[in-house]
Design a protein around this ligand. Structure first.
Ligand SMILES: Nc1ncnc2c1ncn2[C@@H]1O[C@H](COP(=O)(O)OP(=O)(O)O)[C@@H](O)[C@H]1O
Ligand SMILES: [Mg+2]
Length: 250
């Protein structure tokens, strides 16, 4: 269970203090997925960084199973917006990084690693370095790292943004199939309404500057078979888009 209570995050820039997130309250049940959607600069990445334990100074409380977030104790998979790959490590070593930090042996995950390389289209790229990969390929390496880790909490910041439309759908399906087998609590940030409706059991709409929660929607279509081509899917996306436009205009 993730519990965020009265979270306020302020940054100081050039000696001036300003608020990035204002009074955020939110809960996520174990194994639940949540898509966060909101305009640029409303604090989406800030919220993920707080949950990842990267931002440590804030007001309010952020707890995972009743304990403060401690990345060393809990298994948190975080895909930052810039993918977070180490430039001096090749694809394989970058993917295995999370496993090694958690003191698991690479030999124990060999089968899962091979499957992920295949599913994410990374076969043949294992020995390349991040600088030798396209943005989309780097993003797939970052996804492989987090999926392999099977974390207790998966945080993904615009994880499919560098992928073309077809690959994006394929990889969303890889994620969803793996979630159905092993439901990991997941929070992902996206700019795509379709992605939010496809992958979010809950959809959290953030708005404003500082960011506040404007709505939390329980998504009745999450996980339904073949939902992308169903009328209800298009209708919900349309309704959500309208809602978001009205919210952001306020
Ligand atoms: N390290 C930082 N120092 C100062 N201001 C920051 C820092 N990181 C982000 N900000 C500011 O905080 C606000 C929220 O940023 P961010 O969480 O990255 O938004 P989003 O991911 O929704 O686009 C923005 O106004 C941004 O400029
Ligand atoms: Mg961001």
């Amino acid at each position: 269970m993730i519990q965020i209570k009265d979270l306020v995050v302020t940054y100081v820039s050039e000696g001036i203090q300003y608020t990035a997130l204002e009074q955020i309250n939110f809960e996520l049940a174990p194994g639940e997925t949540c898509a966060i959607i909101g305009p640029s600069g409303c604090g989406k990445s800030t919220l993920l960084k707080v949950l990842a334990g990267i931002i440590k100074t804030y007001d309010g409380s952020v707890e995972m199973n009743g304990q403060a977030v401690m990345p060393h104790k809990q298994k948190i998979g975080f895909i930052p917006q810039n993918y977070g790959l180490l430039p001096w490590k090749n694809v394989c070593d970058n993917i295995l990084l999370g496993i090694k930090i958690k003191n698991q042996k690479a030999a124990d995950v060999k089968e899962s690693l091979n499957l992920l390389l295949q599913q994410l289209g990374l076969i043949g790229l294992e020995n390349r370095y991040p600088g030798e990969l396209s943005g989309g390929q780097q993003q797939r390496v970052a996804l492989a790292r987090s999926f392999l880790l099977k974390p207790d909490l998966l945080l993904m910041d615009e994880p499919f943004s560098a992928l073309d439309a077809m690959t994006r759908e394929e990889i969303q399906d890889v994620y969803l199939a793996s979630w159905k087998k092993h439901p990991i609590s997941t929070i992902l940030v996206t700019h795509h309404v379709e992605e939010a409706v496809y992958l979010g059991q809950k959809i959290l709409i953030l708005t404003g500057c500082p960011g506040v929660v404007s709505q939390v929607i329980d998504n009745p279509l999450f996980g339904a078979e073949g939902v992308r081509s169903q009328q209800e899917f298009f209708e919900l996306c349309l309704a959500l888009r309208k809602m978001i436009k009205e919210d952001w205009r306020k």
